[in-house]
Structure formats: C-alpha cells, structure tokens
Design a protein around this ligand. Structure first.
Ligand SMILES: CC(C)(COP(=O)(O)OP(=O)(O)OC[C@H]1O[C@@H](n2cnc3c(N)ncnc32)[C@H](O)[C@@H]1OP(=O)(O)O)[C@@H](O)C(=O)NCCC(=O)NCCS
Length: 176
C-alpha cells in the first residue's frame, strides 16, 4: 500500500492499548518509561497522530502543547512500524505536528531522545532539530543524566519552526 493510501487521524483514548503495544514491540529497549495511557490520549489526542493501513497501526505521534514552555509543542513519543521505516512517514508526522503547533501560536517543537538511540537522534537532526546543551558530554553527545533510576540518559532536542514550506528534511531524499 502506498503512503498516499494511509489513513491519518487524531488519537482517542481507545488507541492507548495499540500505542502501548507498539512502544513495547517497535523499540525493544528494556527501560521504556512512556506513561502513555487512555486518559492521556483522551485529553491530548487532538494534537496526537495515528497513522493506519487497513485498520492496523503504522505510525503514531503522542504530542501536546507544553504548559511550562508556552512557545513550544512537545513530542512525548513518536514511532513508525519497523517494516514502514525510511519511507518518509516519520518526517510527515513532524510536518503535521509542526502545523498543529503553529496553529496554536507556538514557534518551536521540543523532544527528548534516549542517548542510546543514535538512529533517532540522527533522524531528528535531519528533520531540523538541534541538540540542546546537557549536563555532560558522553560519546560526543550533550547528555542529561538519568532521572528515572533506570540508567537511561537522554538528549534534549529543539526544532525552531520557520517558514512552513521548509518543514521536514530538504527535498533531495524521499519523494514527498
Ligand atoms: C526514527 C523514526 C521515527 C524515523 O521514521 P522514518 O519514517 O523511518 O523516517 P523518514 O523516512 O521520514 O526519514 C526522514 C529523514 O530522516 C532520515 N533518517 C531516517 N532514519 C535515519 C537514521 N537512522 N539515520 C540517519 N538519518 C535517518 C531519512 O534518511 C530521511 O532523510 P532524507 O529525506 O534525506 O532521506 C523511525 O525510525 C522509528 O520509529 N524508530 C524507532 C522509534 C524511535 O526511535 N522513535 C523516536 C524517539 S521517541
């Protein structure tokens, strides 16, 4: 099925179980601390994205408008099913979340990424995020030390939204 045939919609409380299953299945990292639950999606679903193919989850983005940072949208988790990666879906989710953020009068998107997740860090940089300073530099990355007791350090990233026509990676990649 082509990307054009995917169904895009906002999230509902009832989506929580498939999103949680995807978090367990698609990441396969032993210390996932995600906090996704039906109540969260009930209250922030208007700024979340669910992408489906024949009723099955292909990708999702859980994001909301930051309360502490009134100029920012925040992406809590986003992922693409392993068999549908590298097809532009991740970048399109960010283009759409950037539009939702702009519609709410905000000018940047913030996110955090596990420092172990080098592929996701590279993807975010490709989309337009920059790494924020951390507590220390580990393996060349500005890392913030674990706050959960699980030993998972993370990297903070921020994407300053400019002209909407420039969202996503430069054109010389996937067709989109
Ligand atoms: C990270 C993730 C969301 C990327 O989604 P995707 O649909 O595969 O990414 P896209 O196809 O939209 O790629 C967009 C751009 O990023 C680049 N990119 C994607 N993955 C990359 C990687 N691992 N390293 C470097 N660049 C990468 C692509 O090459 C593309 O650039 P291009 O247009 O110049 O070709 C997906 O790999 C994923 O779900 N990973 C596991 C979950 C995860 O880590 N989520 C993020 C943290 S919460």
């Amino acid at each position: 099925m082509s990307r054009a045939e995917l169904v895009w919609r906002n999230a509902e409380a009832a989506d929580a179980s498939v999103v949680i299953a995807a978090l367990d299945d698609w990441w396969q990292h032993e210390h996932m601390v995600h906090g996704v639950c039906p109540q969260l999606l009930d209250h922030v679903g208007d700024t979340c994205l669910i992408v489906e193919e024949r009723g099955l989850l292909v990708a999702f983005l859980v994001g909301f408008m930051s309360q502490r940072h009134p100029d920012a949208g925040y992406v809590h988790y986003m992922g693409v099913r392993p068999d549908r990666r590298s097809g532009g879906i991740g970048a399109e989710m960010y283009t759409r979340f950037a539009a939702l953020t702009r519609e709410r009068g905000r000018t940047k998107v913030m996110a955090e990424i596990g420092a172990w997740n080098a592929r996701s860090i590279a993807f975010h940089q490709r989309v337009g995020f920059v790494l924020k300073p951390g507590d220390e530099v580990v393996g060349g990355l500005p890392v913030i030390q674990d706050t959960t007791g699980h030993g998972v350090d993370y990297v903070e990233v921020v994407w300053t939204l400019g002209d909407a026509s420039r969202d996503g990676p430069p054109a010389a990649g996937h067709p989109r």
